[in-house]
Design a protein around this ligand. Sequence first.
Ligand SMILES: Cc1ncc(COP(=O)(O)O)c(C=O)c1O
Length: 401
Amino acid sequence: MDFKKDFPIFKNNNEKYPLIYFDNASTTQKPQCVINSISHFYSHYNANVHRGNYKIAEKATLEFENSRQTIANFINAEKDEIIFTTGTTESINLIAYSFTSLLKDEDEIIISEMEHHSNILPWQMIKEKKNIKIRYIPVNEDGQLDLNQLESLINKKTKLCSIISMSNILGTINDLNKISKLTNKYNIPLLVDAAQSIAHEKIDVKKLNCDFLVFSGHKIMGPTGVGVLYMNRKFLNILPPFLRGGNMNKEVGYETSTWNEIPWKFEAGTSNIAQVIGLKNSIDYVKKIGFDEIKIHNKKLTDYLVKNLKDINNINIYGHKDKNFGPIVSFNIAGCHPYDISKLLGEYNICIRAGHHCGQILMKKLKTNFTNRISFQFYNSIDEIDFFIKSLKKIVKILKN
Ligand SMILES: Cc1ncc(COP(=O)(O)O)c(C=O)c1O
């Protein structure tokens, strides 16, 4: 199926070459239905939510809360376990901040060497306040988490385990069921950073048995500025709110105040209403395509890309030695700087990333500072990969001369 027709950005291109967008791990393109839903909100019923009782305010509140229900159904959570944030980064910061209330000096948090900076720095922030220890699950040479080490990292002081579900650099799909079995065995809360996997596979928080799960709307064809934090019911009342202000309080006194019902206790101030409504539409759109189709298509593209990249002399493709990898591929070509490659590919209107991809700890493990990264979505095609490989070969020739 040609899904490009649903995305106006591919039609609104006045460059010499058609737009080839291979940077979906960074952010995805937006279908017309999502853009329309945002425009419709502002044009027809723009009002604040949970405040006014006039007609358009009630309509805005209804659509906003409908979005919460859609997201809850999407990941098999309850509606009031869904908290809207501005993105994955804010979701993890919220948990880290609130979770501090349950931590003592010497307590330990387990993350991995594969984490995005947004699942490292919030824990380092906590370390500055409380003398906690951050322990890392190592990444092995094949780009997989060494889960044999996880059990030995756990001890009586371990208070939380926070793990990326799919690497934003290598595409590694982590065995969350195995991780969850272990964390549950030792009664350790599990946070899943689903920023990458949310647009590639069905997630069921109940089956996964996790306590927190976070993602950003913009990585699943939705708008920027909206993210989701799933918080298991058992934490909703225990954890204190992160931001304080309007809408999150019940009774405000001179000295102390009480909090609103869940989940609004965690949603201070005016929410990103248009974005939340847009996210509902993006999830409805993705559900219509279905993850079976998305997975088959993106696997075909990834296998084809890796096979063709292997033809390039002196290329180092990270990971992708077995089946546990999603549609994200990082590589380096000896003698060619990743920034030169991505810049020159831009001349052909091909968008790929160069950089450390907010994973400097993993970069150290890979013994490099930067990689080029390609990441697919269902609107990409084999023809695009052919044009990319042809262009890349020309560029490598120029750079090596
Ligand atoms: C795995 C992972 N976690 C967290 C983030 C941060 O997401 P955001 O910038 O939308 O907050 C990203 C973004 O690339 C990511 O790939």
